[in-house]
Each structure stands twice: as structure tokens, then as C-alpha cells.
Design a protein around this ligand. Structure first.
Ligand SMILES: NC(=O)c1ccc[n+]([C@@H]2O[C@H](COP(=O)([O-])OP(=O)(O)OC[C@H]3O[C@@H](n4cnc5c(N)ncnc54)[C@H](OP(=O)(O)O)[C@@H]3O)[C@@H](O)[C@H]2O)c1
Length: 315
């Protein structure tokens, strides 16, 4: 239990903060993209990566709030290298535009943190007529990753350094419908907000698993891992006022705070212990076990093929 701070094999526990798990790491010269960097875990991840010298591109849907976050970070860390770029993951056109602008900037890319997420909204279709949680949490990140892969591969070759893709999933993957309901993805009558959230988070795990397979088959010096950050009081519960109110009230006694909530992301993104590790599920900065659907190679391949069809043509 994290409240007891029991350390796992990594030497870190659920009570470790993002600064604890990255202590002493010099990440100067690395470039990262963090999606959903304007609040919660994404904000703290950006701050701590910048603290260690990483040039962070904050990929946010609201440029104004992104700029405010950047100003806060720079006022605390005057030499922080932070840029803000617009990205709405629920729009495939926006993902394409972001990726095209990033690629044409000629920046290297060592770390891609697919962090942004929405949780359990009422049934909504995205601009592309795809259920909002699947669209935002999985499909937008799937396309983003595909469009940035060549840049990541080039960077890893030129710098002779492993590139890392980090998907922020959730223990809620255990509440998915049975696996992924491919035939009913956009069907309002069978929609359950929590199961659909779980489904999108299961997709985050399967995505990293299939990426790992491709990287190994092609001898690419990139890794893809996935994590549950813990239960943290953030804006994620914005669609559920009553639960949010209760969590606000008593959360400080049993939930992680945001610095603890960003720890596993920062650990997986930067820590030397994770060198060469790919396709794993992390929790509390230690390797953990997701459920059997998340380990199903056939399901990972099916999700990959269907996702490719859904984003086609992706160039
Ligand atoms: N908090 C927890 O207990 C918990 C537990 C397990 C997993 N997670 C996962 O952790 C990740 C971060 O969540 P959080 O807790 O930090 O929540 P949060 O504070 O609500 O942050 C979510 C971020 O995602 C962004 N976002 C939402 N929709 C987007 C879109 N269409 N395009 C671009 N960005 C979008 C939000 O932007 P705006 O600020 O503009 O809305 C926000 O910056 C999520 O993937 C979530 O599923 C959280």
C-alpha cells in the first residue's frame, strides 16, 4: 500500500514523487512531447522533465492555459526549455496538423508521453464521429505516435540513444467491456461511460504492446511502455461533480498528490533502470501486471489493424 511507502524492486514506492524518482538524472539535450500538459499529471511531468534539462513541447488543446503553465514553470526554473503547441487529440485533423508542424520544426524527439485523457463523459462523438474517450485517449495518440515515429527513429540513430514512448493508462483498464467492443465503438445504446473509459485505457496498454513487437521485429532503438499513475486528485473527474466533490473533500487522506501522481511517468521516461525495457505495465514506479486482455497479443494486433483503418489515410 502506497500510504505505507513500501518500496518495490526499483527502490521506489507509491509515495515517491516525480522529483524523487529522477534525482541526479541529467537529461540535458533530450526533447520530449507531453500531451495534456496544461494540468494535473501532465503539468507536473513537464515541470520535472524541464527541471532535469529536457526541452519539453507541451501539446495542449488550450494554448492560453498552456502559456500560463509555461510561465509558471519558467518563473520557477528560469533556464527551462518549454514550448507550447496546439493539439486537440479528439480531432484527427488537429493531430495531423500538430505532427506536421513538429516534424517541419526539425526538432529531435527522444520521448513521447501520451498523457492526455478524458474520463467518463456523457456519450459524445468526436469531430470524426468516434466515441470521445476512444477518440481522445487512444486513437488520437495512436495517430500522433505513428506520425512522429520516423522523427523518433532518426533521433535515436543520430544520437545513438534509446527513444521512449510512454502511454499513461489506468487500473481502470480492468473495467473495460469484455475486451474491446470493436463493433459497438460508436454505439450510444450500449455506452457505459466507465466501461468505455476502461476500454480506452486497455487500448493504451495494447498499443504499447504492439509497438514493442514492431520495434523488436525491426531492430529499432525505441521502447514503448505503459503505466497506471495511481489515484490522484486532478481535473479528470470534471464530468462527475458529486464524486469530484467527495474526492476533493477526503482525497487528501488516501489519494496520491500530483507530484506522486507524476512519478511513474517520469520514472519510465527518464530512469536508467528502464533502459531496454519495453511492453511493460508500471505502477508506483515498478513493473506490475495488467489483466489478461491487456496481455492478449491477438487483441493488440486486432486493435492496431482497426486503428490504422480508422485513421487512414494518415499522411
Ligand atoms: N487522476 C487519476 O487518478 C488518474 C488515474 C489513472 C489514470 N489517469 C490518467 O492520467 C492522465 C492525465 O490525467 P489527469 O489526472 O492529469 O487529468 P487532468 O488534470 O484532467 O488532465 C488531462 C489533460 O488532458 C487534456 N485533454 C483532454 N482532452 C484533450 C484533447 N481532446 N486534446 C488534448 N488534450 C486533451 C486536458 O486538457 P484541458 O486542461 O484543456 O482540459 C488536460 O490537460 C489521463 O490519461 C488519465 O486517464 C489519471
Amino acid at each position: 500500500m502506497w500510504i505505507f511507502g513500501r518500496k518495490g524492486a526499483s527502490g521506489f514506492s507509491a509515495s515517491s514523487t516525480a522529483e524523487d524518482v529522477t534525482k541526479g538524472i541529467d537529461a540535458t539535450g533530450l526533447t520530449a512531447i507531453v500531451t495534456g500538459a496544461s494540468s494535473g499529471i501532465g503539468f507536473e511531468t513537464t515541470r520535472v522533465l524541464a527541471l532535469h534539462g529536457v526541452h519539453v513541447v507541451m501539446a495542449v488543446r488550450n494554448i492560453e492555459s498552456g502559456q500560463k503553465v509555461k510561465e509558471n514553470i519558467v518563473s520557477e526554473i528560469p533556464n527551462a526549455k518549454v514550448d507550447v503547441m496546439e493539439l486537440d487529440l479528439s480531432s484527427l485533423a488537429s493531430v495531423r496538423k500538430f505532427a506536421a508542424e513538429f516534424v517541419s520544426s526539425n526538432l529531435p524527439l527522444n520521448i513521447l508521453i501520451n498523457n492526455a485523457g478524458v474520463m467518463a463523459p456523457p456519450f459524445t462523438l468526436s469531430k470524426d464521429k468516434i466515441e470521445l474517450q476512444f477518440a481522445t485517449n487512444h486513437l488520437g495518440h495512436f495517430l500522433l505516435t505513428e506520425l512522429l515515429l520516423e522523427t523518433m527513429k532518426r533521433t535515436s540513430r543520430e544520437q545513438n540513444k534509446e527513444g521512449r514512448i510512454v502511454n499513461v493508462s489506468s487500473e481502470a483498464h480492468r473495467f473495460a467491456y469484455k475486451g474491446i467492443f470493436f463493433d459497438q465503438l460508436n454505439d450510444e445504446s450500449s455506452y457505459n461511460p466507465i466501461y468505455a473509459y476502461g476500454q480506452s485505457k486497455l487500448a493504451n496498454i495494447l498499443h504499447a504492446k504492439e509497438l514493442t513487437k514492431h520495434f523488436k521485429e525491426n531492430g529499432v532503438n525505441l521502447t514503448a511502455n505503459v503505466l497506471h499513475p495511481g489515484s490522484i486528485q486532478t481535473n479528470l473527474l470534471r464530468y462527475h461533480n458529486i464524486i469530484n466533490g467527495v474526492v476533493d473533500w477526503i482525497g487528501k487522506y488516501f489519494l496520491k498528490n500530483i507530484p506522486q501522481g507524476a512519478a511513474t511517468t517520469c520514472y519510465v521516461a527518464l530512469h536508467p533502470q528502464v533502459e531496454g525495457v519495453s511492453g511493460e505495465y508500471f505502477m508506483d514506479s515498478n513493473i506490475a501486471q495488467p489483466n489478461s486482455y491487456a496481455k492478449n497479443a491477438g487483441l493488440a494486433k486486432e486493435l492496431w489493424d482497426i486503428s490504422l483503418t480508422m485513421v487512414a489515410p494518415y499522411h
